[in-house]
Ligand binder design. Structure first.
Ligand SMILES: [Zn+2]
Length: 398
């Protein structure tokens, strides 16, 4: 069994250890400073003999240290190698891990709610509280109490007990999973739970505990949080974003919501005004096009997107039974439509001729659309479409 030095000293960063076993790229040592992936958090990383440890994982009481295949080939059983963990990563794990103990202990003591699952990701930690009804007031209260626990610099006590019977003497928050060699982690008056990860020696080292979000999850509430340096980095990043927005809106940070609401109102007004103007354009352009005496109404707008083209086309088809082919020179788009009896299949016209001119589109007999990469191709298509429409009308003797 690998001796786990982090159980008695979570601050031990380096040690020399002897290789006692080897399975492919996995090395087993007589002792280790590497905490394996367990209980919802990733393993320590670092080096052994200057070679990168890619993963530390537990199997049958041993801790396996994964190297690259190439590095592992150069190691033999009996070798003594200097181990060194990535301390910044370990301490981040310790800060966030004990932060989760504090938050979970408080949810239990304040609201009698249980933590049903914990994961510490590379960026954020989450845990699932067995209630859907977690209010903002509850979250604020837990967050404040949790940070009070940090300010009080309470000891994190690690006690090793030999079996479940002995563990019963402790007010454990969660049911035991192991029945021997149990490590009990307690913060007096806050939390007491069995756990086998490394922890800081007192709560002040967590620095800050911040709840960053909640979501509903399988009848529970999944709570996201960040502690320590993660929380500081999160604050720094958010502060930069807020400062940038404040500058953009010429506001101080706390009046940003008001400024954004005012910008939204202005945007809505402009949108309404734009709609009104498009309506006016559609009235004028449709009247101009309908005044031309020809069996097929074909007109090109100098400016306008498909929305404008569609509005013009709709005005025509609402008032005129002739086929209408309306296009826009600025956006190289065409709408072909008519409201009369189906005598021209515009969908078929687009299908037959648009692609050959580099266009895309489709539609039904009574309404079809096409988009082109340049105005010349669009005009060539319109010319063909008008001819096709006229030919169809002649067949029907119109
Ligand atoms: Zn723990």
């Amino acid at each position: 069994m690998t001796e786990r030095l982090y159980n008695s000293d979570a601050y031990l960063k380096t040690v020399t250890a002897k290789v006692t076993g080897k399975e492919g790229e996995f090395l087993i040592f007589d002792r280790t400073v590497f905490a394996p992936d367990s209980g919802g958090q990733n393993s320590d990383l670092g080096t052994v003999g200057g070679m990168k440890v890619l993963l530390a994982t537990e199997r049958d009481g041993e801790i396996l240290h994964q190297l690259s295949r190439e590095d592992a080939e150069g190691v033999s059983v009996g070798d003594e190698l200097l181990m060194e963990i990535d301390w910044e990563r370990r301490f981040d794990h310790m800060q966030n891990h004990i932060g989760e103990h504090i938050l979970s202990g408080l949810f239990k003591s304040e609201y009698d709610l249980d933590n049903k699952g914990f994961r510490l990701g590379e960026d954020v930690g989450t845990f699932d509280i067995d209630s859907r009804e977690i209010t903002q007031e509850m979250l604020d209260r837990i967050e404040e109490l949790a940070n009070d626990v940090v300010y009080r610099s309470l000891p994190v006590q690690i006690t090793m007990v030999k079996d479940a019977e002995e563990a019963k003497k402790y007010p454990l928050r969660k049911e035991l999973k192991a029945d021997e060699d149990i490590i009990i982690v307690s913060i007096p008056g806050v939390d007491c739970v069995a756990c086998c990860c490394p922890h800081p020696s007192d709560t002040s080292q967590v620095g800050i505990i911040k709840i960053t979000g909640t979501e509903k999850y399988k009848g529970m509430t999944r709570i996201s949080f960040k502690c320590g340096k993660r929380a500081l980095m999160d604050y720094r990043q958010k502060h930069r974003v807020i400062s940038m927005l404040a500058e953009k809106f010429s506001a101080d940070e706390f009046s940003l919501p008001e400024k954004v609401a005012a910008a939204d109102r202005k945007n809505d007004e402009m949108h309404r005004e734009l709609n009104r103007m498009k309506g006016i354009v559609a009235d004028i352009e449709s009247a101009r096009l309908m005044a031309v005496e020809s069996p097929v109404i074909a007109g090109e707008l100098a400016e306008g997107d498909m929305d404008v083209v569609r509005r013009v086309s709709r005005k025509i088809t609402d008032n005129d039974s002739r086929p209408a082919i309306v296009s826009s020179a600025s956006d190289c788009c065409v709408l072909l439509a008519f409201s009369g009896e189906a005598k021209v299949d515009f969908g078929a016209v687009v299908k037959a001729h648009a692609a050959a001119l580099g266009g895309k589109g489709g539609g039904k007999p009574g309404s079809a659309q096409a988009f082109f990469g340049d105005v010349e191709s669009m005009r060539s298509f319109v010319k063909i479409a008008v001819e096709e429409a006229e030919r169809s009308l002649q067949v029907f003797g119109i």
